[in-house]
Design a protein. Structure first.
Lengths: 431, 259
């Protein structure tokens, strides 16, 4: 694939129109007025029929599973969380939205891509029907919570949030932080360490298994903090979650007692793939791949928008009687932006092409894309601020927001340092 | 109910537009081409009527080969099929010739209602629905901000400067609409992907029984003799308030006929 097809360009243009009409006019409120993004996301879902499409796919998939369970169909259920043809289309939408308000894609991506996909990949049909469908249609908002104040990159090893067996269920205690949609989520996927009192007090928490649960907002003992003030992606609310003796019925646990040993988890957040049976492992891996590839699409949005704004500005801003585009140092900035654009676009194209061939990038490859594209976007956006001079530092010219937004890409979805470890692991261990 | 919607590809009215230096027709390459904005509202209304009453929506466009872009975009909103009238001889046709061609095409289609935009943003003639009605011997109710269809009766609220008038006719009829009538939908991703597979029938002049010497620039009933770019915007009037600013403001507003 060397360029978007006619049909994809139609999709892109339609999303562009939506962004211009439905998002751009609200950027100030989203950035500085605390406007949550959810009504806009819902409008996006209903305008483009994403809700109906996801509902249909969900029904088809559940029917398939039920038929297989009844022995009528020997076909395989779709693998959860991976990149399908439709998700390739989603990449295009993500790129367009990130040109104006990256946080909207973060809020949307976590709810659908992380929370719903985890339930689809690791839950029973009953759990999928109970929680995932409403997330897939965006009738409800989802969050996906691993990170804790003392456990980010070392998410599973350092995890202090615990569940204790209680009757046939569990009791949850602890705290999560930096959780996208945390303040507003209706449905939250939470990871917690198993702490069985029968094990005695000398048990090494690092090595205890990690279990996955689904919580509903409003449960006794479950509190959702207010949105943090943060550097960028203001349109994505991020906050803390608190668990104080939250009683969890057994049907809130995903995929049985999913065990992740601390030793496996030490390599970073990506080691969530250790948290489960092999099927859970696979699906979590696919989640990380999708998330990291998604970062490339987000980065592409920032880069394309910076390049567009910079070209326009460089041609119109006149100094010493000539447009600054005539200066070679400005041209160098533009040229480097173009290099970044070509590279990141090729990464997105490759992902789409692989999806069409029924393939998924390896974790190492997805990590490489994430590492490169997030750095490229941040560099391009900071250069854009520089190219605009004083105006670049002013909110009105928009590049400062793009720079703040871009920086987030280097931190979440596994910090860039953790991407390095995953790339190295792939290179050195061939996996 | 069978509805035909007239759709035209025009230069984007949001960009600088001009006429061609050689034959003084609209320079279609000077600006981005897009669907005439009001036609989106006509399509939306047709889809709503078809959804409410059952039926089929067909697009009809007369335009050069690249109008297929607009046809596909229009199809992605939901219509079932399209008819594209295209012929080199049509270049530079006036409104009267256009109405002849479209009437001939409508004669080949089955319909209860024809919907179109109240005007095209490039021509702005607003006369086409009436010309078509005359040629086809049906009623035209134009400038609608609301349309209702009950049985064969078509009722519209016709938008005027002061408010609206209610007009009624028996179908088949031609209805033109303003942008106040509805909010056009975004095309769903699913329909965008399906748009390429929807049938588009092509007609040349010969298929419609119209001869080349009835259409085109050479046979146009109106002629552009001369054109000039619009003058740059004049500086505004500044009124300094030295006690009688209010009176001066009113004077100015009255002289410009604002009050
Ligand atoms: C906007 C935003 C949204 C987020 N949303 C979510 C969410 O929805 N759900 C969720 O669970 N989490 C979320 N996070 C948390 C995010 O995943 C973590 O911030 C990230 O994994 C880093 O963890 P940390 O903040 O604890 O940093 P730390 O792990 O404390 O890292 C500190 C520094 O050490 C570096 N480092 C770590 N390990 C190594 C190593 N092995 N070698 C070298 N350097 C290393 C890191 O790269 C970093 O530079 C979000 C974060 C942000 C900023």
């Amino acid at each position: 694939m060397i360029e978007w097809s006619d049909t994809e360009i139609m999709i892109r243009d339609a999303v562009r129109e939506f962004v211009d009409n439905e998002i751009r006019p609200h950027v100030d409120e989203l950035e500085h007025g605390g406007l949550p993004p959810y009504d806009i996301i819902r409008k996006f879902f209903s305008s483009f029929g994403v809700d109906a499409m996801n509902r249909e796919n969900f029904k088809r998939r559940i029917e398939k599973v039920k038929a297989r369970e009844a022995g009528a169909d020997s076909g395989q259920a779709d693998a959860g969380g991976g990149i399908s043809g439709q998700e390739a289309m989603a990449l295009l939408a993500v790129t367009e939205i990130c040109k104006v308000s990256m946080g909207i894609t973060a809020a949307m991506g976590v709810s659908v891509g992380m929370a719903a996909n985890t339930i689809m990949a690791r839950g029973t049909v009953a759990q999928q029907e109970r929680w995932a469908l409403d997330l897939l249609t965006f009738d409800k908002v989802g969050a996906w919570a691993i990170t804790e104040p003392d456990a980010g990159s070392d998410a599973f090893g350092g995890m202090h949030t615990t569940v204790k067996p209680d009757g046939d269920g569990y009791v949850l205690n602890g705290q999560k932080t930096f959780i996208t949609n945390g303040p507003y989520a209706d449905t939250v996927v939470v990871y917690a360490k198993l702490r069985d009192p029968a094990d005695g007090s000398d048990v090494d928490l690092r090595r205890q298994p990690v279990l996955t649960f689904v919580l509903d907002s409003g449960m006794d003992g479950f509190a959702q903090g207010k949105p943090f003030r943060k550097m960028g992606i203001h349109s994505s609310p991020t906050g803390e979650l608190f668990f104080d003796d939250v009683h969890l019925e057994p049907d809130r646990m995903l995929a049985g007692p999913a065990a992740a040993k601390g030793s496996e988890a030490a390599a970073g957040r990506g080691s969530a793939e250790g948290a489960g049976s092999d099927a859970g492992r696979e699906s979590a891996r696919a989640n990380f791949v999708a998330e990291r590839v998604g970062v490339a699409a987000m980065a592409l949005g920032v880069i394309e928008e910076c390049l567009r704004l910079c070209l326009e500005y460089a041609k119109n801003r006149k100094l010493w009687g000539q447009p600054i585009a005539d200066f070679q140092l400005i041209q160098l900035k533009l040229a480097k932006m173009e290099v970044a654009r070509v590279n990141v676009q090729n990464m997105v194209f490759r992902t789409v092409e692989m999806a069409r061939a029924g393939k998924t990038p390896t974790l190492a490859e997805a990590s490489a894309m994430k590492l490169y594209s997030s750095e490229a976007a941040t560099e391009v956006a900071m250069d854009a601020v520089q190219l605009f001079g004083g105006n670049g530092y002013m909110a009105e010219y928009r590049v400062e927001q793009l720079a703040r937004d871009a920086k987030s890409l280097m931190i979440y979805a596994g910090s860039n340092e953790v991407q390095v470890t995953h790339i190295a692991k792939g290179l050195l261990n061939g996996g | 109910m069978k509805i035909v919607v007239l759709v035209k590809q025009v230069p984007d009215s949001g960009e600088e537009r001009t006429l061609r230096a050689d034959d003084k027709t609209v320079d279609r390459d000077a600006a981005t081409k897009r669907m005439n904005e009001l036609d989106e509202h006509a399509i939306e209304e047709a889809l709503k009527l078809a959804e409410a009453n059952g039926g089929e929506v067909t697009l009809l466009t007369m335009g050069p080969g690249d109008a297929t872009d607009t046809i596909r975009k229009a199809l992605s909103m939901g219509p079932d099929k399209a008819v594209h009238v295209s012929d080199d001889a049509l270049h530079g046709s006036c409104a009267i010739a256009t109405s002849k061609v479209l009437a001939a095409a409508l004669g080949k289609l089955e319909w209860d209602l024809v919907l179109c935009g109240a005007e095209s943003t490039d021509g702005g003639v607003q006369a086409l629905p009436h010309m078509l009605a005359e040629r086809l011997g049906v009623g035209a109710v134009t400038g609608a901000r609301k349309v209702t269809v009950e049985g064969a009766t078509v009722t519209v609220e016709r938008q005027t400067d002061e408010g609206y008038e209610v007009l009624q006719t028996e179908g088949p009829a031609i209805v033109s609409v303003w942008d106040t009538i509805n909010e056009p939908r975004y095309p769903s991703f699913k329909l965008i992907m399906a748009a390429k597979k929807k049938p588009v029938e092509s007609f040349a002049l010969a298929d419609l029984g119209v001869s080349a010497d009835e259409v085109g620039l050479a046979n146009a009933t109106s002629q552009v003799l001369e054109f000039a770019p619009k003058p740059p915007r004049q500086a505004g009037v500044k009124i300094t308030d030295e006690g009688e600013g209010g009176a001066k403001l009113v004077e100015y507003l009255a002289s410009e006929k604002f009050v």
